[in-house]
Design a protein around this ligand. Sequence first.
Ligand code: IPD
Ligand code: CA
Ligand code: CA
Length: 258
Amino acid sequence: MDELKDVLLLATKEAGKIILQYFNTAFKIDHKEGINNLVTEVDKLSEDKIIEVIRAAYPAHTIISEEVGELIQSSDYQWIIDPIDGTVNFAHGIPICCVSIGLMHFNELILGAVYNPMMDELFLAERGKGATLNGMPISVSAKRDFKTACLVTGFPYKWPDNTEHPIKVFERIVLEGLPVRRLGSAAIDLCWVACGRFDGFWEYNLNAWDVAAGYLILLEAGGKITDFDGAVYNVFEKETLATNGLIHEQMLKVIRKK
Ligand code: IPD
Ligand code: CA
Ligand code: CA
């Protein structure tokens, strides 16, 4: 496991250096599937570097990465990569974005790293061994009272089912007078619940690369994550509700569709 962790950290740090180097500079920006869903040349540079580092150590491992898709190999290991989570922030010079890399073994997440190079914050988790921020153990908040919770959410760029549900949930929570933030990086949202800055996060229509690393970091920090019905979470599904565990039932009541 130490060798896998070293490769994970090397890939994360190398990609972080690229993001930092290009932050607030002029770089090429393209649009994908919708006018505000951006991809920059830096996403691709970051992704190339991550894949290069992983391939050099583990040429046969499967890679699922946002911009290149799935590079299938005959392996029980799957690296799930978001080369920049929070690309819209990155493109606007907003320092809330990160590299996010999760590693699955036999379909179970075993390692996760999320690194925001602008804040120099590295979140790391290993299954069964807890979660850390820059090497210090982290845990979710102790907030029990939903009415005084501080929450974070995000909205999809596309509305595949034309559902109004995300807006309705947002409306319900805001009308209860709760502070809700929208940071623009699902991986950072999950990590900020993991370290107690937020008490809960929900979002509809995320992809595995947005959540894989943050999911393990949250679990290892003592948090709870389910779908919007309270059922077992799967990073390949579309509903994400992550909390400190203590406000989970109350969040479910607000969020449930029926
Ligand atoms: C996005 C971010 C954002 C979320 C979007 C994602 P990207 O990822 O995680 O917070 O609301 O749904 O697509 O495009 O910046 O990698
Ligand atoms: Ca993403
Ligand atoms: Ca991305």
